[in-house]
Design a protein. Structure first.
Length: 260
């Protein structure tokens, strides 16, 4: 029987993990990222999560990690090292992705952006645009030939709201909701309108500009990330949402890096 794969995407705010059995995603979780977590803490966390789905950590054959928190990458390697025969791949320089990266310094690109691009290219083909609503709102452009061309980075939804609450004495953190109108009648409604509709406008402008630079023809788009479900319905430029896009990209990269 093929060993199971634990795919883990470590973001600045949240970590998304998924358990694959063959090509099937059995279970997935979204947890808060603890940047100073030790291998012991990570072992306890994932042992508990796997137990909830009737699995055990010692049944995992491989772990693949994409991380924008460098301090955690080594801790996951230590976790894997405790289990004889468990392989670990940390996506970075030297990892086989099958994606040519055509920017000035390829090492600058976050692992999550590369993983998303791999998954988007597999689903949509090139050219395409990926928008990730995470701690930052990122845009990635992929050429018709399947090359990573670069993109753009804007503040994330939650980061923007937190900064506003911290700097404006009369505004506090609110739980974002679906805006009923652009003209809010309360402070909460005004914040929801400004943030949700404002980010939708940002996305449409950025995607439109990227599409113009990519050239004529059909240019598919896909969105992912924790806040995609809130923002995407108010955009005109995004074709689909896949909240598990990064996990699917990690599965593809794992297959390209398995030892013979």
């Amino acid at each position: 029987m093929e060993a199971s794969l634990l795919a883990i995407d470590i973001g600045n705010t949240q970590t998304v993990a998924g358990l694959f059995s063959g090509d099937r995603l059995q279970e997935h979780w979204r947890i808060a990222t603890e940047p100073h977590a030790t291998a012991d803490q990570l072992t306890a966390t994932f042992a508990s999560l796997l137990a909830l789905s009737g699995s055990r950590l010692d049944e995992v054959g491989r772990i693949i990690v994409s991380s924008v928190v460098p301090s955690l990458s080594g801790q996951y390697e230590l976790l894997a090292g405790r289990y004889r025969g468990m392989e670990v791949v940390v996506v970075g320089p030297g990892t086989r992705t099958g994606l040519p990266i055509l920017i000035n310094n390829p090492h600058e690109v976050g692992a999550d952006r590369i993983v998303n691009a791999v998954a988007a290219l597999d689903q949509l083909g090139g050219p395409c645009v990926v928008v990730d609503f995470g701690t930052a709102t990122t845009f990635c452009a992929i050429s018709p030939e399947g090359e990573y061309l670069g993109g753009a980075i804007a503040p994330g939804v939650d980061v923007s709201l937190e900064a506003l609450a911290a700097r404006a004495a009369r505004l506090s953190m609110v739980e974002l909701c679906e805006p009923e109108t652009a003209i809010g009648k309360t402070t909460v409604a005004s914040l929801c309108s400004g943030v949700v509709l404002g980010f939708a406008g940002l996305v449409d402008r950025m995607v439109g500009s990227i599409r113009e630079e990519l050239g004529s023809g059909t240019i598919a788009t896909i969105a992912t990330g924790g806040n995609a479900g809130l923002i995407v319905p108010h955009t005109n430029s995004l074709d689909r949402v896949d909240p598990l896009l990064t996990l699917k990209g990690l599965k593809l990269i794992d297959a390209r890096n398995q030892k013979e």
